[in-house]
Ligand binder design. Structure first.
Ligand code: AKG
Length: 299
């Protein structure tokens, strides 16, 4: 039987207006268990696309794993159960949700590195409005450690650079296969210094518990604060989903490829992703999941 999820009209309106909303307690016990097992599988496996990030002093350890659902059986099962894609489809108001990108952000206990302010879109090969990121945290996370967003910034009608005017608050020890090349489009405007000018921005913060889902738009500016010594890990799995009218975008520089690769040849710039279900596998409705996230498959 297909999964259902209680989402109110007010929550959908908040997502459209603010660019982010928290859905409380939407994961069931089995889904919470898959999430917790999956972030540990990613932590121990460390695929060829992972990065390690530390704070500005070189302390702490954050694993950023790209496409972890392709190697973690638990995260694959979580996606195949349909909940993240269902949430995204409801938020976008679309009949389908196709997978664009998934990542684990595993911040080990101890010094916690901040997440620099950014949009997700410029790193990716898609453009448009029909996007929803579903960020699931396996741990209790207070508002400063959770992602924060600049309220409404998804409606500024700008795609920023992958780079920022701010000095980096982190060190990347390893950048996987995306190292040493400009990601995305170099001509785009630099991300403003949100962390250095917090009073100039309307920032939303969220306390979350395991079982909650933070849903935000791919164009919304977001980041997270660090902590000098947090007693437990802060482990999150985030998936980005697109609706049928989201468009394929060919970047000037490197960008994260579609999760299914391009098995039918290069995808034309501007094509709707609904034309390419093998590149962007459908997660909702689950009846037509064209090989969604089989562990060990590579994009
Ligand atoms: O979990 C984090 O701190 C970063 C997550 C993020 O930037 C994202 O999900 O797009």
């Amino acid at each position: 039987m297909n999964r259902t999820v209680p989402i109110t009209d007010e929550q959908i309106a908040a997502f459209a207006r603010d660019g982010a909303v928290v859905l409380r307690g939407v994961l069931d016990t089995a889904e919470r268990d898959l999430l917790a097992a999956g972030v540990e599988e990613a932590w121990h496996r460390r695929d060829h696309r992972h990065s390690i990030v530390r704070n500005a002093e070189g302390r702490g350890e954050t694993l950023v794993e790209q496409y972890p659902s392709q190697s973690s059986p638990s995260l694959a099962a979580l996606l195949q159960g349909g909940l993240p894609a269902l949430i995204a489809a409801r938020m976008m108001g679309t009949p389908t949700a196709q997978l664009i990108f998934d990542q684990v952000f595993y911040k080990a206990a101890g010094p916690i590195a901040p997440t620099p302010w950014h949009q997700d879109t410029p790193f990716l090969r898609v453009r448009g409005d029909q996007m929803a990121r579903v960020w699931l945290c396996a741990d209790r996370s207070p508002g400063d450690l959770t992602l924060q967003v600049v309220r409404g910034s998804h409606r500024w009608n700008v795609v920023y650079n992958t780079r920022t005017v701010a000095a980096s608050p982190v060190m990347s020890e390893r950048k996987g296969e995306f190292e040493a090349t400009q990601l995305g489009d170099a001509h785009l405007p630099l991300v403003p210094d949100v962390a250095g000018n917090r009073d100039s921005f309307d920032i939303l913060r969220f306390d979350v518990e395991p079982g909650d889902a933070l849903v935000f738009h791919g164009n919304v500016l977001h980041g997270a604060d660090g902590h000098p010594d947090w007693p437990s890990p802060r482990r999150a799995f985030a998936t980005l989903w697109g609706g049928p009218q989201l468009r394929h975008h060919r970047s000037e520089g490197k960008s994260f490829p579609p999760p299914g690769g391009e098995p039918d040849g290069p995808i034309p710039h501007g094509d709707a992703i609904s034309l390419h279900p093998r590149a962007f596998p459908q997660g909702w409705p689950i009846a037509r999941a064209d090989g969604l996230a089989q562990p060990s498959r590579r994009g």
